[in-house]
Design a protein around this ligand. Structure first.
Ligand code: ARG
Length: 465
């Protein structure tokens, strides 16, 4: 027999190498309070149901509360030789009370229902933290000043300037995406918030448990009834990892725009000095490192999702130790995602867009050619396909002359030659990027009116969370 809590059937102890390979105390540090809370709820229920005597329940609860206080003071050390948080806490209770009383704690419970209960409890808090951090960032994005409604940016498709948009339109687009991340996290929360405790090892137990009571004491929305499912399931955790990965991806796309648009070739935006660093050799550099890291760190959240899917796919129902590999990577993803959300909110507050530069790029890149096509439809009665063709021919002819849509005299002349004359002042109005932005009044469009409406819609949707 070894002195391990499970040592009854063993003649020999595990080697140090095996212990090092299997232990999870470092990872389990984050589960200490969840495990203690769970121990308290479980013991209370055992007492209420008369599965242990009132005297035992009282003694164990007292011991657990003392452990809680020690943990709060930062004095509770998890001992590696005890493998994981569950054995550590049970052992502490036994050391204080002796096996006579302390040995009752693990009645009608297994580490298999225990670990999933802990992880769900921890994850619930993270999901809500991530919701809150997303809402903060959404708040920053939607807090744009009125001037952003008319500050021009080129909107891109295929990395080519497509149509002018406003800075407010860009910011609210990211808010709109992030709001879906919030809903995804809420959905993941719903499926995480089910209590597996009382499933025991995999098959339930002959003890008369009250699973509703422990679920309620632990603040769960309900019980995850099926014992085999409750101990085996990791889809709740994979779903969370997916929500983190998708959220990380969305943040990365925003980061990519900021990195690219900060470069001299674009000069559309500048991050605040506090969110950039310099070069060790090139004195002129201002590198948007926070945005770059936000983009790079999305690799961790994506990697975690793939790791978890791969880890779980071959595990038959019931617990196998493969499942222990869920937490270290998930913790990495959580840290990467939450820290990115928070720092991006600060970075967003300090972004300085250059609307004049945006307008210049729109002019340079023919990004209002669609407006002429639309005008030929409404004022000349052309079918859109024909109008598109005329406008395209104008662009080709201007390009050949090295001109842009700024050259309304040349444009008027070319259109006359094409048989679709339009007056110069009309062209000047049609081609002005600011006028195009103001004119896109369709619901969800880039006009100040549409963006103001969409902001109100998004703000009230955010408030509902
Ligand atoms: N430390 C384990 C984990 O993280 C707890 C469950 C262990 N159960 C077992 N039968 N070995 O998954």
């Amino acid at each position: 027999m070894t002195d391990k809590l499970w040592g009854g059937r063993f003649a020999e102890d595990i080697t140090q190498e095996v212990l090092d390979y299997t232990l999870t105390v470092d990872v389990d540090e984050r589960l200490v309070f969840a495990d203690l809370w769970q121990d308290l709820a479980h013991m209370l229920m055992l007492g209420v149901r008369g599965i242990v005597t009132g005297e035992v329940a009282q003694a164990v609860l007292g011991s657990l509360l003392r452990l809680w206080e020690r943990a709060e003071r930062g004095e509770l050390r998890l001992r590696p030789e005890l493998e994981d948080v569950h054995f550590n806490l049970e052992q502490q209770v036994i050391e204080e009370l002796g096996r006579e009383r302390g040995g009752h704690l693990q009645t009608a419970r297994s580490r298999n229902d225990q670990v999933s209960t802990d992880t769900r409890m921890y994850l619930r808090r993270i999901q809500l933290d991530a919701v809150a951090a997303n809402l903060d960032l959404i708040g920053e994005l939607l807090a744009f000043p009125e001037t952003d409604l008319l500050a021009i940016l080129p909107g891109y498709t295929h990395s080519q300037a497509a149509q002018p948009i406003s800075v407010a339109f860009w910011k609210s687009a990211h808010a709109s995406m992030l709001l879906r991340d919030v809903r995804r996290l809420r959905g993941a929360f719903e499926r995480t918030d089910e209590c597996p405790l009382g499933a025991c090892a995999l098959a339930g137990t002959s003890f008369p448990l009250d699973r509703e009571l422990t679920a309620r004491l632990l603040g769960f929305g309900g019980v995850l009834s099926h014992a085999l499912d409750a101990t085996s399931a990791r889809d709740y955790l994979i779903e969370s990892a997916a929500a983190f990965a998708i959220g990380g991806n969305n943040l990365s796309r925003m980061a990519e725009e900021i990195v690219m648009w900060s470069g001299h070739e674009y000069r559309l935006v500048e991050v605040a000095d506090a969110y950039a660093t310099g070069s060790s050799i090139m004195p002129q550099k201002k590198n948007p490192v926070v945005a770059e890291l936000a983009r790079g760190r999305a690799g961790r959240t994506a990697g975690t999702l793939v790791q978890l899917l791969t880890m779980a796919k071959g595990v038959t129902l019931g617990y196998s130790c493969d499942l222990q590999e869920d937490k270290p990577y998930l913790w990495h993803a959580i840290d990467a995602y939450l820290s990115t959300l928070r720092i991006v909110a600060g970075q967003t507050r300090g972004l300085r867009f250059d609307g004049a530069r945006g307008e210049q790029l729109c002019w340079d890149n023919f990004s209002t050619a669609t407006e002429l096509a639309n005008h030929l439809v409404t004022a000349h009665g052309l079918p859109f396909r024909e109008a598109h063709h005329v406008s395209g021919a104008l662009v080709a002819a201007l390009l050949k002359r090295g001109a842009t849509l700024r050259d309304t005299a040349a444009a008027a002349e070319i259109l006359g030659e094409l048989g679709h004359p339009v007056d110069e002042p009309v062209l000047a109005r049609l081609f002005a990027p600011a006028a195009a932005v103001s004119g896109y009044t369709s619901p969800g469009g880039t006009s100040p009116r549409s963006v103001t409406a969409v902001r109100a819609e998004l703000s009230s949707a955010a408030e509902a969370h």
